[in-house]
Ligand binder design. Structure first.
Ligand SMILES: *Cc1c(COP(=O)(O)O)cnc(C)c1O
Length: 407
């Protein structure tokens, strides 16, 4: 059995919260029994509350790519014109499904360290009023960049285009919800910022999207890609479409309890502070962030350029072997160019950003790259200390350690 590293700061999967792991060991209950049906209905209600939905959410059994593919298969009709917004690896990948299920795919692409400009979306819709569906990735994780989802959603709604959003690695880390963002199919995961284990896709589907899916003759039924098969799964007394993935659902139940009890606003603030500390620390080490503007840097992943002359694997392995800190490599276009620090669920803890920065400072020096590790740690800590505003007070009263009377 491999021993997990003490500081698993990856961008997914993440170390699940201990309460999630405990919940996963609950005994199985027969899904035809009322006890299961009440439990499941309750999980759906918690998820509905977390997603701030007025209708019921849906859970598919499979990791998030299943939800993203099922969304394309169900919503997109064979003659539809689809606008695919591309600012990174996941956005780019969506074109494959859009082409398989739709008619024509138009792409609006920006460099993978930038974000989609809502004005460009508006122009694309004006140029092609026949665009029926827009696909967008909110946080393209290989880049650590956020797209302005709510603005894009508003523009889509004005043009009455439907919108499919990949919010897999953003939901739970910041204020994003399907209805507020005018998203028709909102796809997220239990295994990223909610801090549960991989294996479930969580979807918020608007009533207008349900109507379109029901009317779409190409929407799959009796299939793992079907959304329709799951539409009534939360109703007590209905047979479950397949055997429930009990352990994962137990884990999700615990993860939702944690999220709702800590309070979403507090959870988002924890993600934001952790990412801000990481960014401040990395910059003080002399490293360059991957996003061209910090305003588009995600709170759930901090992505930085490798310094010249270092490979991603050498730096990652040094961090892991010497300090027990595991970071993620880049992916697709960003592979070999970056390393990524995840701040998701349990790893969205500001002191873990300090840990990552300290380990990076030391590892860079060992690999022959001069970096001021102390400056990095201090810059990260300053974010935890509430940054500049409090600094004047603490400085005026600070003394050398040796001056402090041990009594
Ligand atoms: C992780 C991730 C996915 C895929 O999730 P899986 O659980 O690996 O299927 C999709 N989109 C984004 C943006 C992600 O970060």
């Amino acid at each position: 059995m491999p021993v997990p590293p003490p500081f698993m700061l990856t961008t997914g999967p993440v170390t699940a919260y201990p309460a999630v792991l405990n919940a996963m060991a609950r005994p199985a209950i027969y899904d035809g029994h009322q006890a299961f049906q009440h439990f499941y209905r309750n999980v759906i209600a918690k998820l509905q509350s977390a997603l701030r939905l007025t209708n019921l959410p849906l859970i598919l059994q499979g990791d998030a790519l299943l939800g993203l593919e099922a969304a394309a298969a169900s919503l997109i009709g064979r003659n539809d014109v689809v606008l695919n917004l591309v600012s990174g690896v996941y956005g780019k990948g969506y074109a494959g499904w859009a082409r398989r299920h739709g008619g024509e795919v138009i792409e609006l692409e920006v460099p993978f360290d930038e974000a989609i400009d809502p004005g460009a979306v508006r122009r694309a819709l004006a140029a092609r009023p026949d665009i029926a569906v827009i696909a967008v990735c909110h946080h393209d994780t290989p880049s650590g960049t956020l797209n302005p989802l709510a603005e894009i959603g508003r523009i889509a709604r004005e043009h009455s285009a439907f919108i499919i959003a990949d919010a897999v690695s953003s939901f739970g880390s910041l204020d994003v919800h399907p209805e507020a963002a005018h998203v028709d199919i909102f796809v997220t995961s239990a295994a990223k910022c909610l801090g549960a284990t991989p294996g479930l896709t969580l979807l918020g589907i608007s009533e207008r999207a349900w109507a379109r899916i029901r009317a779409n003759p190409d929407a799959p039924r009796a299939s793992f890609l079907s959304l329709l098969d799951w539409e009534h799964a939360a109703e007590i007394g209905r047979p479950f479409p397949v055997t429930p993935s009990l352990a994962e659902i137990y884990g999700l139940d615990a993860a939702l309890d944690l999220y709702l009890q800590e309070g979403p606003e507090r959870v988002w603030a924890r993600h934001a502070r952790t990412a801000a500390a990481a960014r401040a620390g990395l910059k003080a080490l002399g490293l360059r962030l991957w996003p061209i503007d910090e305003k588009i840097a995600a709170p759930s992943a901090t992505v930085f350029h490798l310094p010249a002359g270092l490979t991603d694997k050498v730096l990652r392995d040094t961090l892991l072997e010497r300090y027990g800190v595991l970071l993620s490599l880049g992916r697709g276009f960003t592979a070999g160019k970056v390393l990524r620090i995840g701040h998701m669920g349990p790893s969205a803890e500001p002191m873990l950003a300090v840990t990552a920065v300290a380990a990076l400072g030391a590892a860079l020096n060992q690999l022959g790259i001069r970096a001021d590790a102390g400056a990095g740690v201090n810059a990260a800590l300053a974010i935890l200390d509430g940054a500049a505003s409090n600094q004047a007070d603490s400085r005026s009263s600070s003394r050398e350690v040796a001056d402090v009377d041990p009594a």
